[in-house]
Design a protein around this ligand. Structure first.
Ligand SMILES: NC(=O)C1=CN([C@@H]2O[C@H](COP(=O)(O)OP(=O)(O)OC[C@H]3O[C@@H](n4cnc5c(N)ncnc54)[C@H](O)[C@@H]3O)[C@@H](O)[C@H]2O)C=CC1
Ligand SMILES: C[N+](C)(C)CC(=O)CC(=O)[O-]
Length: 325
């Protein structure tokens, strides 16, 4: 469909990015865009947002230096704006990462569309809301048409994937513009042609997560057993080969055909519980205590540094890190 709302600049001419909401993900996006050499302006209504954001970027920067910064990249190119309107006034692209609350997203995305220059694409980091449900308050086709989902993975400055999809009122050209922009900004993009709650990756992750919670709730496995079952097992394969091709190898030389003929009947075995468990206080405490035990005295900062180095090692070992960019 031809664009009715052309962006004010081409994806490769983007220079200024606004990050709206500057918590774990908005801050991670800011670090990523800064490392890629963009100017970033952030806005977040929390009174302590600026020092928190600067701490997050400072903590991420050593990892970003290790994988290589773009020419001219600097944390000094981060500005924190006092108002939403000032944050987006000159933006060539907006990444919204406010809390996962539908009403909040609806009104915030409408405000952002009204405050940006006509045609500027606005992407939401939502983990699961379809854009159709979030774009209901956008004023008209020119506003709603440039709202897309750009779902990242934590931390956005190291995990390449971003899932891009529009809603019923989104102009297809905005989806294509966002996909091209993320690609130029160093992300690995999956563009979806239809909306699914949870998109692709979270739909898969949530199935695993529900089963983990069921096992902890029923006392069938500890948090540490569950984590080790992935890091010592399938997780090692999943870093470079997805679950489908991995299981094709389970069929030996007969491939997926033999795998399905052999193990297909067990698909119907009651292995999974599928429906979500009740997140009652006992389960909440078991998960929180189990994670504290698994952390074994390592602080949040220790774990972030360990995770960042682990992701870099995996990216490097699987040939997905080139030289300095
Ligand atoms: N935490 C994660 O692993 C991932 C989260 N996401 C998505 O990213 C978004 C943000 O999540 P997190 O960063 O985890 O949350 P967070 O709680 O760390 O950060 C949210 C930030 O938004 C700010 N905020 C509150 N009201 C706001 C408003 N009206 N406008 C702008 N900012 C506002 C808060 O002050 C806070 O700094 C959510 O949509 C979430 O689903 C996506 C991928 C992964
Ligand atoms: C926990 N989460 C559902 C918000 C996670 C994501 O959306 C993606 C990720 O980083 O795994």
């Amino acid at each position: 469909m031809p664009s009715t709302t052309p962006a004010p600049c081409a994806p490769d001419d983007v220079r200024r990015i606004a990050c709206i909401g500057a918590g774990v993900i908005g801050g991670g996006w800011a670090a990523h865009f800064l490392a890629r050499g963009y100017d970033v302006t952030a806005w977040d209504p929390a009174p302590d947002a600026e020092p928190k954001l600067r701490r997050l970027v400072a903590a991420a920067w050593p990892a970003l230096e290790r994988i290589g910064l773009a020419a001219g990249a600097s944390p000094d190119r981060l500005t924190v704006a006092p108002t939403l309107a000032e944050a987006v006034a000159d933006a060539d692209f907006v990444q919204e990462s406010a809390p996962e609350k539908l009403e909040l997203k609806r009104s915030l995305l409408a405000r952002l569309a009204a405050a940006t220059r006509p045609g500027v694409v606005i992407a939401s980091s939502t983990s699961g809301y379809p854009m159709t449900d979030m774009q209901t308050e956008a004023a008209g086709p020119d506003d709603a048409g440039r709202l897309v989902v750009g779902h990242p993975f934590n931390p956005p400055y190291l995990i390449p994937l971003v899932e891009v999809v529009g809603g019923e009122r989104t102009d297809r050209a905005a989806v294509e513009w966002a996909a091209r922009f993320y690609d130029l900004a160093g992300k690995s993009v999956i563009t979806m042609d239809r909306e699914l709650p949870g998109f692709i990756a979270n739909r898969l992750q949530e199935a695993l997560w529900r089963e983990a919670l069921h096992m902890v709730a029923a006392g069938e496995a500890t948090v540490e057993d569950i984590d080790a079952s992935i890091t010592e097992g399938p997780g090692l394969r999943w870093a470079f080969m997805g679950p489908c091709l991995t299981f094709a190898l389970a069929g030996g030389e007969g491939g997926m055909a033999h795998m399905l003929d052999h193990f297909g009947p067990s698909l119907k075995s009651p292995w999974t519980r599928l429906a979500a468990p009740e997140l009652d206080p006992a389960l909440r405490d078991a998960m929180v205590d189990g994670c504290a035990a698994a952390a074994g005295g390592r602080t949040y900062a220790d774990l972030v540094a360990e995770r960042d180095q682990g992701v870099i090692d995996v990216l490097r070992a699987t040939g997905r890190l080139g030289g300095p960019r």
